[in-house]
Design a binder for this molecule. Structure first.
Ligand code: HEM
Length: 369
């Protein structure tokens, strides 16, 4: 217990110093050493630092409250307390029931939420169904799941509280309930997000991080949303559960087998599974404890057993490597899941539409007319 508390305190301190220095500061006006882990890294620059490690000079300057810790105008924990008091219970019961029938939906809902967030913040835009045109039809969305469940929940909420609960709020609550169903600690949510009216497939393909990207590209994406390198490493830990398709895995797997950065036995296993298998075949993202939300994902990376090359590259880059090592430590699981919950809350509060922006859709799959 003491060990866990000490580790959590250390990680929180680290996360706080990262966000305190980094949140919402653009590359242009960020002081050197801001926006990143380790103090001594020049993480304002998206290129890897040469020395790794850390221990450089702290930047002087007034403490800036991280933007996500400031209340987001329009979001409120009591938002539905009068208009739809049963909202959270309806989402929670539906998600728990669905996951009890199909455990794989837990990871799929968490991923659906992340993809929605990736394009203009959490606004339910990924749920809009316009064949060939909306985000749902992007290449990046090809294996997304969970749409039907969100639509079912919406239907129930429309019956009980007509035109009140946004799809963005439903998806945010569903992702939280999916995460808690698999062992992530509960985090409270604020509501009042509105639904976006735009959903463009090409935007999803431009913005959603995909396998094959460099750590620099991933960091740029996270920082463009006001998130930090710490958030990148913590949230990538979502890959401790769930699956990827061979189609997504194969290119990186072949390259890494050649380079020798893939554990040999694991490489052989993947080769058997995906070498000749169809693109749609699934492989677990965490080869050791695929259904447990723990820190094995990070340990796997240290042993060359990351499934996605983007995951594996986190341990090869000086800006992220020390964080991976820290999360991989025995006993770090509890700290990891707490910090994961914290970063998930951030995802749901970035770039959201509130007040008169957007709308409350009647169906999650279509904008109102
Ligand atoms: C950092 C950049 C990221 C990249 C490049 C990435 C990429 C991917 C890829 C390629 C897959 C497999 C897709 C398939 O073949 O079906 C996947 C699955 C998944 N991703 Fe990510 N991801 C990233 C970050 C995240 C984040 C931040 C989260 C959540 C907070 C997340 C949650 C998941 C989950 C839960 C799955 C498994 C989905 C399932 O089992 O249905 N990912 N990701």
């Amino acid at each position: 217990m003491m060990r866990f508390l000490a580790l959590l305190a250390l990680l929180l301190l680290l996360a706080t110093s990262v966000v305190a220095n980094g949140y919402g500061v653009s590359h242009d006006d960020a002081p050197a050493g801001a926006n990143g882990y380790g103090g001594g890294h020049d993480d304002a620059s998206p290129e890897p630092s040469k020395g790794g490690g850390g221990g450089g000079e702290e930047e002087e300057g007034p403490y800036q409250e991280p933007a996500y810790e400031k209340p987001v105008e329009g979001l409120d924990a009591e938002y539905y307390s009068k208009t739809c008091p049963q909202m959270e219970a309806i989402v929670h019961n539906a998600v728990r029931k669905a996951i009890s029938h199909d455990y794989t939906l837990a990871s799929s809902l968490i991923r659906l939420f992340f993809h929605d967030f990736a394009v203009e913040g959490t606004d339910g835009s990924v749920l809009i169904d316009v064949p060939g045109q909306s985000e749902k039809y992007a290449e990046a969305s090809r294996t997304l799941r969970g749409f039907d469940l969100i639509e079912e929940i919406k239907k129930e909420l429309e019956a009980k509280c007509h035109a009140t609960v946004s799809c963005a709020d439903i998806l945010t609550a569903a992702a939280r309930d999916a995460a808690t169903a698999v062992g992530v600690p509960y985090w409270s949510l604020k509501y009042g997000r509105k639904d976006g009216k735009d959903s463009i497939a090409a935007e999803a393909d431009r913005l959603v991080p995909m396998n094959g990207q460099s750590v620099t590209e991933l960091i740029r994406f996270f920082q463009s949303k006001g998130l930090t390198i710490f958030d990148l490493v913590v949230l990538s830990g979502a890959h401790t559960i769930g699956r990827a398709t061979c189609g997504a895995v194969r290119p990186g797997m072949c390259a890494r087998r050649k380079e020798g950065t893939l554990d040999r036995q694991y490489g052989d296993f993947l080769w058997r599974r995906c070498g000749a298998g169809g693109d749609g075949e699934y492989v677990e993202l965490d080869c050791e404890t695929p259904t447990r939300f723990d820190n094995k994902y990070y340990e796997n990376l240290l042993h060359g057993k990351g499934l996605l090359d983007t995951d594996q590259s986190l341990v090869e880059d000086s800006r992220t490597k020390d964080l991976v090592k820290m999360f991989a430590k025995p006993g770090a699981s509890d700290a990891f899941v707490h910090l994961f919950a914290r970063s998930m809350r951030k995802l749901g509060e970035v770039q959201v539409l509130t007040g008169n922006e957007g709308e409350v859709r009647r169906k999650c799959s279509a904008v109102n007319y």
